[in-house]
Design a protein around this ligand. Structure first.
Ligand code: PGA
Length: 253
């Protein structure tokens, strides 16, 4: 049975006071659920606060990006080993906002994936198409390019210690969600790309869906056979919503 994960992506939101309230509430509402991992990915400056608050709880934490380099003259960058020092389990890699707003290329994303694992972190590799690409019939090509770059650089065995996130760019923060059937189709396709190299690794790979997941649509999406949880943006900032989404994921296992 595949592990399921619900990860919150706080993006550039929060303050020490807001985080404290959110984390306190999450610890109260999210009890240990068998087979379900819950995590929050916070902005760098808050990792210490998050670590202090969540240590000893059933909730893990992580970051939203990392440098592909281990150390050196890279002003403003943060390495995987620094994140590991803060107790991070996960790190997002190749989120569409990094790809689009910061011009991250497929090979840079692949290098970040490798750097994350080098530091002992579990990379959550994000892949997804824009509406233009979907409508133009380029979706499969785009996904193949994004996944292939990582498969080539890291090797398929590296996916034993990674999570894949399907995040259609047109569904992120827009209120538009991929239908459960659309999500299932793409998740199955992504799994088949990995299966082409190693069927066992593909079968064990956790693939989560991200893009306007809310308490009202979570259960339907999570009940698809190849959807193993979610990457939650906006709704992860509201404790009650995030807890409800986690419960939905726990219910469908
Ligand atoms: P959203 O964001 O849930 O606000 O659509 C998801 C993400 O970007 O990870």
């Amino acid at each position: 049975m595949r592990r399921r994960l619900v990860a919150g992506n706080w993006k550039m939101h929060g303050s020490r006071a807001v985080n404290l309230a959110l984390l306190t509430s999450l610890k109260r509402s999210i009890a240990q659920v068998g087979g379900l991992d819950v995590a929050v990915c916070a902005p760098y400056p808050y990792l210490e606060q998050v670590a202090e608050s969540l240590r000893g709880s059933s909730i893990s934490w992580g970051a939203q990006d990392l440098s592909e380099h281990d150390a050196g003259a890279y002003t403003g960058e943060v390495s995987g080993s620094m994140l590991a020092e803060f107790g991070c389990t996960y790190v997002l890699v190749g989120h569409s906002e990094r790809r689009v707003l910061h011009g991250e290329t497929d090979s840079q994303v692949a290098a970040k994936f490798v750097a994350a694992q080098r530091a002992g972190l579990v990379p959550v590799l994000c892949a997804g198409e824009t509406l233009e690409q979907r409508d133009g019939g380029e979706m499969q090509g785009v996904l193949l390019r994004q996944i292939d770059a990582v498969l080539k650089m890291a090797g398929v065995a590296a996916f034993k210690r990674a999570v894949l996130a399907y995040e259609p760019v047109w569904a992120i923060g827009t209120g538009r969600t991929a239908s459960p059937v659309q999500a299932q189709e793409v998740h199955r396709h992504l799994r088949s790309l990995v299966a082409a190299q190693d069927a066992e690794v593909a079968e064990g790979l956790t693939i989560v869906y991200g893009g306007s997941v809310k308490p009202g649509n979570a259960k339907e999406i999570f009940s698809m056979p190849d959807v193993d949880g979610g990457l939650i943006g906006g709704a992860s900032l509201v404790a009650g919503d995030f807890a409800a989404i986690c419960s939905a994921a726990a219910e469908v296992q």
